[in-house]
Design a protein around this ligand. Structure first.
Ligand SMILES: NC(=O)CC[C@H](N)C(=O)O
Length: 202
């Protein structure tokens, strides 16, 4: 895509915190689109899979006949940012998922769902991330962590939080990027900017 053109970035709008992502992307000058049908998916230069509930989102994607088109778009190179539940959807493998939990896959990683446990299942804190000069404020809400990555996956961030210290919470593999936390919350759009830069670069 020519650098001068604003990409059209879709947000999967079946469930979850869609509006916050739309606002962050629009604030960066991107055209946005709520994606609920294959035709809308086809109109996007890139896609965000929001936070929410990964099993519900996958189930709705199947109902809306989006599951296979999403898998195909990912395989064809559509840039995708997955946050929290969206990270789970991008994982090839899920630990502690619901019975029969489906994902879209794409990133060669194993993700542990609801990984941070009951005591600290939601917390906030600074996260240092590759590509950013200063830490982002990470909001973790019943978040997953990345338990294992394949050789093609770049680790972008690890968390520093109690027993979870050192766990991977942001990754990139080629045109796909995922965070355990919610970069759309709190008015800091630098993670979205990293994604837009990736969209322009691929
Ligand atoms: N904030 C979130 O997106 C939570 C993800 C949720 N725990 C899931 O399994 O899908």
């Amino acid at each position: 895509m020519p650098v001068s053109t604003s990409p059209t970035i879709g947000v999967l709008a079946l469930q979850g915190d869609v509006r916050e992502h739309l606002a962050a992307l629009e604030g960066l000058g991107c055209a946005t689109l709520r994606v609920r049908r294959p035709a809308e998916l086809a109109a996007c230069d890139a896609l965000v899979l929001p936070g929410g509930e990964s099993t519900t989102m996958a189930r709705l994607a199947r109902t809306f006949e989006l599951l296979e088109p999403l898998r195909e778009a990912i395989a064809d190179g559509l840039p995708v940012l997955g946050t929290c539940a969206g990270m789970i959807l991008l994982a090839e493998r899920v630990v502690d998922g619901a019975a029969g939990q489906e994902t879209l896959g794409g990133i060669d990683m194993t993700v542990r769902r609801n990984a941070f446990g009951r005591q600290v299942d939601s917390f906030e804190g600074p996260v240092e991330m590759t590509g950013l000069d200063a830490p982002v404020h990470g909001v973790f809400i019943r978040a997953p962590w990345v338990e294992q990555v394949g050789p093609g996956v770049e680790v972008l961030a690890r968390v520093h939080h109690g027993d979870a210290a050192g766990r991977i919470v942001a990754v990139r593999e080629g045109h796909l990027m995922a965070t355990s936390f919610h970069p759309e919350v709190g008015g800091d759009s630098r993670v979205h900017q990293l994604f837009v830069d990736l969209v322009r670069a691929v």
